[in-house]
Design a protein around this ligand. Structure first.
Ligand code: SF4
Length: 256
């Protein structure tokens, strides 16, 4: 079990947020069948995993195993499976598509240009996601509006035209503090990289720790401009956003 080093935070708003997320997911389950939840094993996705399993909601859980995930994330998949007594389905890229990418760009060609990076995300994430969503009526995500400039107008429920199904974002209006308050309160397992300055965790070569004062998404594709920093799974229009502070960063600030 991960050591819990996140700071003590107010939980005043948590019951309301939690009840609303449960009600939204329950409503979707009453209206639709074939609902899936895409987890990246990040903090928000651990909140949703806890809710889905505890409320026994009929929602399948899957993850995109890109082949470049950090060891900590791979270990967390197994921790989650043991903790909740459930299986997380893995969707991996096709080997021939990876071989094509490597022959054209090189294994780490994503550092060279935005198109090269987007091509890698297409092969390792978007195509497996298409397979995972095929034939489903809705998918659940752990997106929050304040996470990035590309997510500022995020609704709780929307039509995902690119994939042809509903997209449910139960944590759209949650703050980072609420996410971590939930994790602490319910003793939810989480990725140990969060305690090492990684508020947002993706593939290992495209994720770094952030420093005091940096945006929470600064460690993702840090060599690109903010408006291009989406892998395509959740691409949205660019819009201004308020600065956000990961609890680990707040902790560092108060200690400075
Ligand atoms: S995050 Fe990086 S390694 Fe992962 S699919 Fe995208 S470009 Fe490739």
């Amino acid at each position: 079990m991960t050591e819990r080093r996140q700071p003590s935070l107010s939980t005043d708003t948590l019951p309301t947020r939690e009840a609303a997320a449960i009600e939204l997911l329950s409503q979707v389950c009453r209206e639709l069948d074939s609902i899936v939840f895409a987890t990246s094993l990040g903090a928000e996705d651990m909140v949703l995993t806890e809710i889905i399993r505890r409320e026994r909601l009929p929602i399948r859980i899957f993850t995109l195993d890109t082949g470049r995930l950090p060891a900590e994330t791979l270990e967390l998949i197994e921790v989650v499976e043991r903790h909740y007594g459930t299986q997380i389905e893995r969707y991996a890229p096709h080997a021939d598509a990876i071989a094509d990418y490597v022959s054209r760009y090189g294994l780490d060609g994503f550092y060279d240009s935005v198109p090269a990076r987007q091509a890698c995300c297409r092969v390792r994430k978007l195509e497996p996601l298409k397979r995972a969503l095929a034939g489903q009526s809705a998918w659940v995500t752990g997106l929050r509006a304040e996470q990035s400039v590309t997510r500022a107008e995020l609704p709780a429920r929307e039509w995902d035209a690119a994939n042809g199904l509903e997209k449910i974002n139960p944590l759209a209006d949650w703050s980072e503090h609420e996410v971590w308050a939930f994790i602490r309160h319910h003793r939810v397992p989480y990725n140990p990289l969060h305690d090492q300055g990684y508020p947002s965790i993706g593939c290992a070569p495209c994720t770094r720790a952030i420093t005091v004062g940096e945006d929470v998404r600064a460690g993702r594709w840090w060599w690109e401009n903010p408006e291009t920093k989406e892998c395509g799974l959740h691409r949205r229009e660019f819009a201004p956003r308020q600065p956000s502070a990961h609890p680990a960063i707040e902790r560092d600030r108060s200690a400075a």
